[in-house]
Design a protein around this ligand. Structure first.
Ligand SMILES: [Zn+2]
Length: 233
């Protein structure tokens, strides 16, 4: 799977005047985004990436406006009218990373296991992971919803589109809602594969890695897609 959405930097979006927000919120464009958020919420819930009312989704709809899931609603059962609140961590990502159009936060079990153990998944193993995510950042544990957490995640979001949050879960940003969701799928699948790789390597065969010349080719492809990577100069 090598599909990537066109880069749509959030800084290109116009601001919406306060007296226009109510009308804008009910516009066809916003209604479509609300439906997309509900659809992605169902996909997160269907894959068991969210539990109880955990996880949240947000999308930048103007340079000064973000549409976000409410916190106390199961993501499998959202209705378009439920979408009205804002979340600090998502705002910190949007403020720090102009390329971020949408954010998805969830607790996929395998990736979250890596986050609990403080293990950064190994890199140079699978091309799709290298191109669409790269080396996952691991943020230290901080109280969910705190300003300190927002600040730390925002800083990491400049160079990483997917962040493991210690003892918590994963947050990813993308060029659209589905693009951010794909990061969650790619990371969770990758962490499962790395778990199997670790088990099989117990049989005596060390895992092979992608050779450096081919890694440079992958990073060159990544650069053309506008996806940041600290290994790209
Ligand atoms: Zn969470």
């Amino acid at each position: 799977m090598m599909n990537s959405e066109t880069e749509r930097p959030g800084s290109m979006l116009p601001a919406i005047a306060p007296d226009q927000i109510a009308d804008f919120f009910r516009s066809p464009e916003l209604e479509a985004l609300k439906r997309e958020i509900c659809d992605i919420g169902r996909r997160l819930w269907g894959r068991a990436y969210v539990d109880g009312n955990g996880g949240n989704i947000s999308v930048r709809v103007a340079s000064n406006l973000v549409l976000c899931t409410p916190t106390l609603v199961s993501k499998g059962f959202m209705q378009p009218e439920d979408l009205a609140s804002e979340l600090l961590m998502h705002l910190a990502i949007f403020a720090a990373q102009p390329k971020a159009k949408a954010c998805v936060h969830a607790h996929p079990p395998t990736a979250t296991g890596y986050a609990v153990c403080g293990i950064q998944p190994p890199s140079c193993m699978i091309p799709e992971m290298e191109i669409f995510i790269g080396q996952v950042a691991v943020a230290p544990y901080m109280t969910p919803g705190s300003h300190a957490m927002g600040e730390a995640i925002g800083q990491l979001a400049v160079q990483h589109n997917t962040i493991l949050m210690a003892n918590h879960g994963v947050v990813a940003w993308g060029f659209g809602i589905e693009d951010a969701y794909f990061k969650m799928e790619i990371l969770e699948a990758y962490c499962k594969t790395m778990l199997v790789t670790a088990q099989l390597s117990q049989l005596g065969s060390a895992p092979n890695t992608i050779p450096q010349p081919q890694m440079q080719e992958l990073l060159a492809i990544k650069k053309t897609l506008g996806i940041p990577d600290p290994r790209t100069v």
